[in-house]
Structures are given as C-alpha cells and as structure tokens.
Design a binder for this molecule. Structure first.
Ligand SMILES: Cc1cc2nc3c(=O)[nH]c(=O)nc-3n(C[C@H](O)[C@H](O)[C@H](O)COP(=O)(O)O)c2cc1C
Length: 322
C-alpha cells in the first residue's frame, strides 16, 4: 500500500483526503482530515519538523518522523507514507484554495455519517454566489434539516454518498429478508409503459455461478453469495413502436431495475459489483434462455468496507442550459 495523492475532502475547502493505493486497482485506502488536522500537519511540514497530529477521535494519531510518517488509526491498519513525499504533496495542496463541496463525509469511518449542509453556511463558502443562482446548490441544500434528521443507514442520500463496489465478498450468507428487499426493489423500478420489459435470474446453483465466472472473462467475484442476472425482454413491451425502440426500452428497464437492486443492497448493508463485461451468448446458454443478458449484479457482505471513489466535480458533470 503506497501513499498516492492528496485531494479535496468532501467536507469543505479546508480538509483533505489522503489516498493510498495497493497493487490491485481496487485496493485503495483513504484518511480524511478535517480543517484543524490538516492545519496541524501543514504546520509541522512547513517547519520541516517532526511531531504528532492527534485526530478528532482522540485516539488516532499521525506521527511525522524524519523518514516515515505513520497513521495509527483506531480500528484500522497502520498506514505509512514517506515523509518527504507526503510533505511535498501536503504543502503543495495547502497552497491552493479548494472548492467547497456540500456533502459531508465524516472522518475515519468507512460508512461515514453524511449530511447536507445548511443553505446559508454553504453559500457563505462560495464567493460571489447568490442563493438563487445555482441549480446544484439548490438541489444539494434542499431541506437540509429534514434530511439530516432522517439519515439512517437505509437513507437514500447516505447510500449515494457511501456506496462503493466490492470485488471481495465475505462467505457469510445473506439473510432471506435482504434478498427479498433486493428483488422487490427490481420489481418497483419504473419501466416503459409499466410493461416491465425485463427478467431477473436469481442464481443459487454453485456450478452455474462458476460457469458465469467463465462467461464473464474469468472475473472471480462473479461467484458471489447472491448473483442476479438481469435480461432484457422486449416482447413484454406492448407498445406500438419499431423493434429497435422496444429493445432500447427493455435495456433501459433492465438497467434501471438492476440499479434499484444495487441501491437496495447497499441500503441493507451489503455491497455489490456490477458486471457488464461478459459473453452474452455464453450467458444465454448457461441460463437456458433466449433473453439477452444486460448486467450481472453480484452481491454480498464486503470483505472490507471501503470509502467511496472520487468523482469529477458536479460543475463538470452538469451543464446547465438556461
Ligand atoms: C455498465 C457497467 C459495467 C461494469 N462492468 C464491470 C465489470 O465487468 N467488471 C468489474 O469488475 N466492474 C464492472 N463495473 C463496476 C465499475 O468498475 C465500478 O462501478 C466503477 O469503478 C465505480 O466504482 P464504484 O461503484 O465503487 O463507485 C461496471 C459498472 C458499470 C456501471
């Protein structure tokens, strides 16, 4: 595990995320520092000194030695970074003003607490922005008090802000009631004309799961505790449109349904990996169906809870046409 980069935190322009990368592309680790913690670290580095930074939970500590900086975090593996490298990156980062972001992710937790900031507070942080101009701000800051009160592990916004794909599952059996929730989420998804132009295959058979691994480019995690194959079924869509439109609708139906299941799984404390890379013909043969598979959703308890991956800035994602 090698220290890789420092990036803005989800909290505000003042904090940061320190990111470590393992050998495996998916193996990353993150430490989130708040404003004060980052300032203390910057202070040590600016003086070319050594010392300790105590973190918010009062038991985690960053120890800056001359050669290596150690992150001894509560309930977490020891993380290390070469002091020179970390110093350079932290001091560089501290020079640049970073844009505030409005979703707060708490420190040191892997399924962190999340809330949407108050309108006024968030707007104060954005120079030159008036409360009525930004669509993004309006969306993210709507009804903050209510959202905060309602935040439970199943809260949709909490799920959005904390979900992370998993490619290593525990062997633990997934409770039937959770499977029911996941399947019923697929059933309530919106579909074109409400014709539900899709079919879900729940794979329980071990040999079938192994065959799906082979069909999915030998991706081993396809052999997960719960495996769902979502297929399109344009023949169910009784709308008077050309076949290609019906195919498009059924692909969208199957994809939305899989997404609903993915979110439901995340909401009940499970994790998922969405598989799009597979040989459609092989999967059809394995399932004994003519229906075209659109995605395989693999679900289970994550071997390790990981923080969400970074995304591009909302400003880049959304083009507002006025
Ligand atoms: C359409 C689609 C196809 C994907 N196919 C694969 C796949 O075949 N194998 C895989 O390991 N991950 C696959 N993924 C998972 C993505 O790599 C993963 O969602 C992405 O890296 C973002 O990570 P996150 O889900 O943790 O935010 C796929 C995701 C989507 C949406």
């Amino acid at each position: 595990m090698k220290f890789q980069t420092i990036e803005p935190s989800y909290t505000s322009k003042d904090g940061c995320r320190l990111v470590w990368q393992g050998v495996d592309e998916d193996d990353t680790d993150v430490v989130i520092l708040n404003k004060k913690e980052l300032e203390n670290l910057v202070d040590i580095f600016a003086k070319n000194s050594t010392g300790d930074v105590e973190l918010e939970d009062q038991s985690s500590i960053i120890r800056v030695n001359s050669d290596v900086t150690q992150f001894t975090l509560t309930n977490h593996r020891l993380l290390e970074a070469k002091t020179n490298d970390l110093q350079e990156k932290v001091l560089d980062f501290a020079k640049i003003p970073h844009e505030p972001q409005y979703v707060y992710v708490g420190t040191k937790e892997f399924y962190p607490s999340v809330w949407i900031r108050d309108d006024e507070k968030s707007l104060k942080d954005v120079p030159g922005k008036s409360p009525k101009v930004s669509l993004i701000q309006a969306i993210l800051s709507s009804e903050p008090e209510k959202i905060r009160q309602d935040l439970s592990p199943t809260d949709l916004f909490r799920v959005f802000a904390t979900r992370r794909s998993t490619r290593k599952f525990e062997k633990t059996k997934v409770e039937d009631w959770k499977v029911d929730k996941i399947l019923s989420a697929a059933d309530v998804a919106p579909t074109a004309g409400n014709f539900q132009g899709f079919q879900v295959f729940l794979i329980k058979n071990k040999d079938t799961k192994q065959a799906l691994v082979e069909a999915a480019n030998k991706q081993p995690y396809v052999n997960a505790p719960i495996v769902l194959v979502f297929c399109t079924d344009p023949s169910r869509v009784k709308l008077k449109f050309p076949p290609e439109i019906l195919e498009k609708f059924s692909l969208q139906d199957a994809t939305i349904a899989a997404t609903f299941s993915l979110l439901a799984a995340s909401g009940v404390g499970l994790s998922t990996i969405w598989i799009g890379m597979f040989d459609e013909e092989k999967v059809k043969t394995i399932l004994g169906t003519d229906l075209k598979p659109s995605s395989i959703l693999c679900i289970g308890y994550p071997d390790k809870k990981k923080p969400p991956k970074s995304r591009r800035k909302l400003k880049e994602l959304i083009k507002v046409i006025e």
